[in-house]
Design a binder for this molecule. Structure first.
Ligand code: SF4
Ligand code: MG
Length: 315
């Protein structure tokens, strides 16, 4: 169970400086070993904040994070270092996180050397392997990040993350900045690596279409809360929550759904001052009196399928 109430200054812009926002509000998120969980919502819904908390790079103001059954903040020494190394994050803009003055070989190979995963004598071969695995030609390892295309830079970011032999990867909009054809290549790479290395992923995206093919389970967030959670095929076949249905309607490739659901109307309300009751009520085509007054609980409506909508009580 996680909460994050923080002061968000730069991200939301000057007018809201220094106000407190509940970016993540009582969220319960479980990622099982070997599983791919897609975490989906519009920008500002708290999914990146949640991803950072899960990856252990941002503290939760309340709640706890467990790593292999142990509370993350109680781990010390080698165990803490290990948990940190075992969880790697891949971001939307690899360029921003790649040191422009470092050669690719050093970007990819520095951490494994520091952490004793390879030795000087084997280092070159180790780096070559990491690059090849991410679909990069080791012949280019002496080049700098700016000499690569966007897709290749994302591959460098992936090679760097995998070079420390993690088991859990948190991808935050990892393909959002790429052209559609390149997106598909990178998504395929993620899936190949999953098979090859038995990885666990938390795959964060604003686009339900992006997580469709790779997720085992999908979690939908709206303004800091989880509104629906289900196995992926269940989400795409039987979305329950009106917000999920609206998101599905916006996946351009899925024509049939486009006809049966209306798209999302209205602006995303400010997370600083979320609507009362069900946060989605001002935009929901099915809202009724109770929705304004009462927060709907996230509850199981079918095995493994949870939704937070008052409509489920009437049924
Ligand atoms: Fe819509 Fe009400 Fe359900 Fe919220 S609780 S999603 S407003 S019907
Ligand atoms: Mg984000």
């Amino acid at each position: 169970k996680l909460d994050f109430a923080g002061k968000i200054a730069q991200k939301l812009g000057a007018p809201v400086k220094d106000e407190t926002v509940h970016a993540v509000d009582g969220v319960d998120l479980v990622v099982r070993k070997g599983e791919v969980v897609g975490l989906v919502g519009e920008s500002g819904c708290g999914k990146s904040t949640l991803g950072r908390m899960v990856a252990g790079i941002m503290p939760a103001s309340a709640g706890e994070i467990f790593w292999h059954g142990k509370k993350l903040d109680t781990l010390t020494g080698a165990e803490a270092r290990n948990a940190k190394l075992q969880t790697q994050m891949i971001f939307q803009d690899p360029y921003a996180s790649l040191n422009p003055r470092m050669r690719v070989a050093d970007i990819v190979g520095e951490a494994p050397l520091v952490h004793g995963l390879t030795r000087r004598g084997e280092w070159d071969a180790y780096v070559d392997n990491q690059m090849r695995r991410a679909g990069l030609d080791p012949a280019f390892k002496r080049r700098y990040p700016h000499q690569f295309s966007g897709g290749q830079r994302q591959r460098i970011g992936i090679a760097r993350a995998l070079a420390v032999q993690p088991e859990f990867i948190v991808c935050d909009e990892a393909v959002a900045a790429l052209d559609v054809s390149i997106q598909a290549q990178i998504l395929n790479l993620f899936m190949e690596l999953r098979q090859e290395l038995n990885l666990t992923y938390l795959f964060i995206s604003h686009d339900l279409g992006v997580v469709e093919h790779l997720s085992d389970r999908v979690v939908i967030m709206y303004l800091g809360r989880v509104v629906e959670e289900a196995p992926a095929e269940e989400i795409f076949a039987r979305a329950n929550h009106p917000y999920t249905q609206a998101l599905l309607a916006e996946v351009p490739r899925i024509e049939a759904r486009k006809k049966s659901f209306a798209g999302i109307k209205g602006e995303i309300p400010s997370p600083l001052n979320p609507p009362s009751g069900c946060h989605f009520h001002p935009r929901c085509p099915h809202a009724f009196a109770r929705c304004k007054l009462e927060r709907p609980a996230l509850r199981e409506i079918a095995p493994g399928h949870k939704s937070a909508c008052h409509l489920n009580d009437a049924a």
